[in-house]
Design a protein. Structure first.
Length: 338
């Protein structure tokens, strides 16, 4: 019963995000440099009546990599076949995907850095020469059959571009890194989403949500959803700054966008490990979270905002971290920071 409920919640979240996703470059807010490069590449490809070069999108989760893949498909007038790196665990899966595409289609592979090495090698010929070799039968009767693919565009998305092999990375003609959003851009995204959701929101209310969204549109939209519920029940369905502040306070998200897990990580770093340095595995055990989740989900924002830093010896709290948590910085700790 619990599994069915969780699956239903995930489905609703996906539907919610899909409904707010922009469908063209004009509606896509932020990422000016990446958007300009992609728009130029699309215009040039359409002018040549050719397919778009393969595109690699990198950056932290929730910044719009999937959204841009769908926008590229709409701009090029083709279909999009979406999948994920961990799902393609054998060459036959990739062959089935690639043999179903048509000329000009976009193949989107999310988390492409997690694709199997044996599958990755099949991608090389597909990306360069639009060919794929598939094995038929097994044992003594096994034989290889070469299939010609229609010209397509591979769009890969990754949160950890450093894990991509050099041969795969070099086959992408266009690489774009997405960075965290400014509060001004997130405010525009919140106001656009509120309009789609038919929610009455004041300028200051949108600013309050944007300022606590950790520079991430996905988080901004999720916070808007929660604040909308609060406003519907307790504030006549209107989101002001005070309403947004009360709703976010109820969610344990402070003025600086730090949530409960962020604060648990920082408190553990200081109170259990003396401010560090400490290894990520020890830190993860102390807060009951997976090391990969700490590295990929929480650390990027905490490092960018200056709350902790990575050193060769491990994670270490900064002076700002002590200030934000209201904890005293001892003389020995001060010496380690500088």
């Amino acid at each position: 019963m619990q599994e069915h409920y969780s699956a239903e919640l995930n489905k609703r979240d996906a539907e919610f995000e899909q409904g707010l996703r922009p469908h063209n470059f004009n509606d896509f807010v932020g990422q000016k440099k990446a958007r300009e490069r992609l728009e130029l590449a699309v215009e040039a490809a359409l002018g040549r009546k050719d397919v778009l070069d393969h595109v690699l999108l990198s950056g932290p989760p929730g910044l719009g990599k999937t959204t841009l893949a769908y926008i590229l498909a709409n701009a090029m007038g083709g279909n999009i076949k979406a999948t994920s790196g961990p799902i393609i665990d054998k060459p036959a899966d990739l062959a089935g995907l690639l043999t179903s595409i048509e000329l000009g289609d976009i193949v989107f592979i999310d988390e492409i850095h997690r694709i199997q090495k044996s599958v990755e090698e099949y991608l090389y010929a597909a990306m360069e020469d639009y060919l794929i070799d598939i094995m038929i039968d097994q044992g003594p009767n096994a034989r290889s059959v070469r299939l010609t693919l229609p010209k397509f565009t591979l769009v890969g998305a990754t949160t950890r571009s450093g894990l991509l092999s050099s041969p795969l990375r070099s086959r992408f003609g266009l690489t774009c890194r997405l960075d965290y959003y400014r509060s001004e851009d997130l405010k525009l995204i919140v106001k656009r989403s509120a309009k789609i959701l038919n929610v009455d929101i004041e300028d200051e209310g949108a600013s309050e949500i944007a300022g606590r969204a950790r520079g991430t549109p996905r988080i901004a939209n999720n916070l808007l959803r929660r604040v909308r519920d609060y406003a519907q029940v307790r504030a006549d369905n209107r989101i002001s700054r005070i309403v947004a502040d009360k709703a976010l306070e109820m969610l344990d998200i402070d003025k600086h966008g730090l949530d409960d897990m962020d604060k648990r990580i920082l408190h553990a770093l200081i109170e259990k490990f003396g401010g560090g340095p400490v290894g990520v595995n020890s830190l993860a055990v102390s807060v009951g979270e997976e090391p990969d989740t700490i590295e990929e989900v929480y650390e990027p924002y905490l490092i960018q905002e200056g709350y902790l830093k990575r050193t060769p010896q491990g994670r270490q709290a900064t002076e700002l971290c002590y200030q934000r948590l209201g904890l005293p910085l001892l003389s020995g700790q001060h010496a380690r920071l500088f």
